[in-house]
Design a protein around this ligand. Sequence first.
Ligand code: GDP
Length: 592
Amino acid sequence: MTLDQQKIIIPSAIVVRDLAEILDTSAVEVVKALMQNGVMATVVQVIDFETAAIIAEDFGFSVDTEAEEEASDADSESRPESTSLRLVENDPDAVPRPPIVTVLGHVDHGKTTLLDHIRSTNVQQSEAGGITQHIGAYQVEVNDGRVITFLDTPGHEAFTQMRARGANVTDVGIVVVAADDGLMQQTREAIAHVKAAQVPLVIAINKVDLPNSDPAKIKGQLTEVDLLPEDLGGDQIVVEISALEGLGIEDLLENVLLIADLEELKANPDNESKGIILEAKNDRQRGVTATLLVQTGTLRLGDIVLAGTAFGRIKAMFGSDGDKIESAGPSTPVEILGLSAVPQAGEVFEVRADSRSARLEADSRLRGADAGGVKQAVTLDTLFGEIHRGNVKDFNLVVKADVQGSIEPLVHVLESQSHEEVNVRVIHAAVGSVVESDIQLATASQGVVIAFNVISEPGARKLASEDHIEVREYSVIYDIVGDIEKAVQGLLDPIFEDRQDGVAEVRAVFRKGRRNAIAGCYIREGSVLRGSLCRVIRDGSVLHESNLDTLKRESDDAREVVTGLECGITVSGYESFEEGDEVVTYHKEQIR
Ligand code: GDP
């Protein structure tokens, strides 16, 4: 039990789902608590501060309004009310930006068909008359002119590879599940990857036009991976669609926009432009072509771009429909020509004032280790240091096991090792050998892979060694728990307690010269060891703390003197012994 109740800040109005996030509980629990307090609300409903505060207090938190918090801050300006605490946008000139969406799911469940349908019905025809897609991302305009950016990076490997480079570009992940098939391995992986990225997730149950489609079955399966659909009382958005016939797609896009609103996605188009390289290649005729996603600011023709060790002036810029453009604002994907080298996907790009400084920086990155790249992996052994440096708060584990029956108890015991300083999180658990995608997930999340009674595929082994990902193989659950427990204990600041060894009573004081006082002692309790830590105590007060310098029996050096014996003691840095003083010796014992 903590000494103080944890204090939280709640805005004057908040969406139930966001409140659940602050309270670190599920939205269902909050809805239940609301019901117990006589308030009927759905997870997407906004409730006022008073109601939210009652619920928060029920969950053991003490509550402040955002307004109070700001008032206490002498010169704070009032800022627009936020219903989502996920994204705090401090830039007052930031304006809403299009959400960036990635579509993931099992092969053949309809990702391409869905993307094709959205593109063909929503992309404005370009002047050239083509809707052929030129680059791996595009924007669509939906009702009332709002724009959504889709990243066309099929497969969660690409999604996670980006993240492994520190590029979390996706705002919303749509996971497609075929209603005539069900949650397959790749579906489960995709869900795990989106969750691990802490990106809002929308489930699209596809192919509902098929006679053998069974959306209810899919919803049941979703609960197995801890996703409770809204119509079953949970907070998981699930939309039934037919990508082939175009059914439900509008609803799907509406939900994406709803999430965008809740997340308050914003960026300032007047900022220095910055973003992510989505893909790049060397084209024989055109030179280096790179697809960039602008995250903030406005990228302009002629800008000097630096990405990793590649740089250059933008000679030409194209929109996703292949048309030449001169500028691109936040959330816009563009293709550019003019870079000196092929940057890596997932690399951050920035704009520099002149070519010279860009070249110097690129050169120094080439020479040094600062070339971007994969985040440093965490192992069970290095975890403590990472936590200490503030680099890790969640200890992420990918668990692979031989049978389904082992997974649940494994996840349970592993997650129960969490404590206030480190949260042990199983970000993905599945049956089967360790595959490349598991390693990518671990890389992106700075995690460790636990293989229980399963082997690693050769490709996964290779990738793990390249990315320095630790794959721990076990055959006994007890060993896993023991190791994790040890790693987590290692994460904690060690706590030492003093353990008393002996008490020496000073019965006479001998002086050798002016400065050297020898205490003639009688060992009343325990034993005293030469060199051990000690305190000199007089009338119950500690006068001095250091260690036993010399310990002599008669005139001989002794290592240890036990109860009932007499000895001569000197204490380093202390000369003022008096008869009746006590020298208490002790050692420190690590209790954690
Ligand atoms: P991907 O591998 O996830 O990109 O899947 P595709 O988009 O290539 O789709 C695989 C197959 O499913 C294709 O034959 C599609 O025509 C078919 N398909 C996709 N969506 C639907 C749908 O809504 N209804 C039906 N009946 N078939 C679909």
